[in-house]
Design a protein around this ligand. Structure first.
Ligand code: AMP
Length: 456
């Protein structure tokens, strides 16, 4: 997954992009990059690691210009290497192109094969690079028309920010898989994956970039065009369940409200009669635990403490790294748990590794009974559209029944929210969401195996 941010029409474009990316850091921690444009010249830096680690005032001072775009990345297509860090920046016959992409393309391999057969030389293994090549070849006049031409036949999920010379372009795929919000700041136009990044720079939210829309911003103003064809909405429900920050609005709805409602619905579907208290696995399920408490009347406690200096466990590339990190990341509060029957609320279970470690930790801190409640259905398939879910064989929900999972995790009871309960709880639902990782209803063909082997 990734976070993207762009701004046009502000003297401090690079500095504001830097700030915006800080609040999109949760969307990707492997690499970060900023490109700024001044007088037709693009300058930038991409680096492995977190924003704060590599982008100091010295770097930003070397990135002048009133237009900038940036990216935080964790790899879902292509390896975690500096060649794959974004924004991508290339020179072509018409000037320069910089591109930042959130999402996964379905047919990148086929497009790449065709381009390579015609002589294109690729410099990365990212799916996104095919869009750069297509754009460099586009014959249309205006940059927004060039992007529309480049995106013709590109399937899958994309929220894109692109700079073609001095024009900033923003676009979402026609199904609207990934979020992209538009804001304004003292006459400048700002785009960000989530509204929390508009807040941090002081921008006012205007609206979402619409599915299938391309917005162009440059000195001559803001223009918009819609790509041809009608397409059903497939907004990613997992943005609301886990991925986005609760202080953001995505797809026009509050993430906090969505999660609180998911928790409320969870308590209706799977009450835990006789329990003494409820607590969250912080931070992503805080609002869901609050909703569970609202509905059940159980006291909300803070029984798990999270160390904020450790990144998301899931992002660790090896299993050994993940196991060790559970204890580094969380600790239990004995004073709350000792002798109690407790409800532990989490947003989702992926491999079960973290959850199993947490249940053991909660028991070791004295809990008498542990009732686990999950604010989404079992994840039974990996995401083809940009969330880093592992292969089906590693997904506990794809390989065990709910009873088996409960036994494996060592809980007294386990309740997952139903699919209907989840879709009915998110703003703008129940229709128009992609729930493929929960339901197996993939709205597209699979990305080819060859794509995974070659690009992964
Ligand atoms: P596990 O028990 O190992 O399956 O880990 C479950 C935890 O992973 C939950 O607390 C989720 O909040 C978190 N999680 C779910 N999806 C993801 C993801 N795509 N990336 C990182 N963490 C995730």
């Amino acid at each position: 997954m990734c976070g993207i941010f762009g701004i046009s029409g502000h003297d401090d474009a690079a500095r504001l992009t830097h700030l915006g990316l800080y609040s999109l850091q949760h969307r990707g921690q492997e690499s970060a990059g900023i490109i700024a444009v001044q007088d037709g010249k693009a300058r930038g830096k991409v680096a492995m690691g977190l924003m704060g680690d590599t982008f100091g005032p010295d770097v930003l001072a070397k990135l002048p210009g009133r237009t900038a775009l940036g990216h935080t990345r964790y790899s879902t297509a292509g390896a975690s290497t500096i060649e794959n860090a974004q924004p991508a920046l290339v020179q072509f016959r018409g000037g320069h192109i910089a591109l930042a992409h959130n999402g996964n393309l379905i047919n990148a391999t086929e497009i790449r094969d065709t381009l390579e057969a015609n002589g294109s030389i690729f410099s990365s293994t990212m799916d996104s690079e095919v869009i750069v090549h297509r754009l460099a070849r586009a014959m249309a006049n205006r940059p927004e028309e060039q992007l529309a031409e480049a995106l013709e036949g590109v399937e899958g999920a994309y929220a894109l920010l692109v700079v073609v010379n001095d024009t900033l372009l923003a676009s979402r795929d026609p199904h609207g898989w990934r979020p992209l919000a538009m804001g304004t700041l003292n006459g400048a136009t700002v785009f960000a994956s989530e509204t929390c990044a508009l807040d941090i720079v002081g921008a006012t939210y205007v609206r979402d970039v619409e599915p299938g829309e391309i917005i162009a911003v440059d000195a001559s103003g803001v223009r918009t065009l819609h790509m041809a064809g009608e397409a059903p909405l497939h907004r990613c429900v997992f943005e609301h369940v886990y991925f986005a920050r609760p202080d953001s609005r995505v797809f026009g709805g509050s993430v906090h409200r969505a999660r609180r409602e998911l928790g409320r619905q969870l308590a209706l579907e799977h009450p835990a009669a006789g329990a003494d208290l409820v607590f969250a696995v912080p931070d992503s399920s805080n609002a869901a635990a609050l909703g569970f408490s609202d509905e059940s009347g159980l006291a909300l406690e803070m029984a798990l403490i999270r160390n904020h200096y450790v990144g998301r466990t899931f992002i660790q590339p090896t299993q050994a790294g993940r196991d060790a990190k559970v204890k580094v990341k969380y600790n239990a509060v004995r004073e709350i748990l000792d002798g109690k029957s407790v409800v532990m609320v989490d947003d989702s279970i992926v491999r079960g590794t973290t959850t199993r470690g947490l249940v053991a930790m909660v028991r070791a801190a004295g809990a008498r009974e542990v009732h686990l409640r999950i604010a989404s259905p079992p994840i039974t398939g990996s995401c083809w559209y940009g969330i880093d879910t592992p292969d089906k064989k590693e997904l506990i929900g794809a390989n065990m029944s709910v009873d088996q999972i409960g036994t494996h995790l060592g809980v007294d009871s386990l309740g997952y929210l139903s699919l209907e309960g989840m879709l009915g709880s998110v703003p703008g639902g129940p229709d128009g969401f992609c729930d493929a990782c929960f339901s197996g209803r993939y709205p597209t063909r699979a990305p080819t195996i060859a794509a995974k082997q070659r690009l992964g």
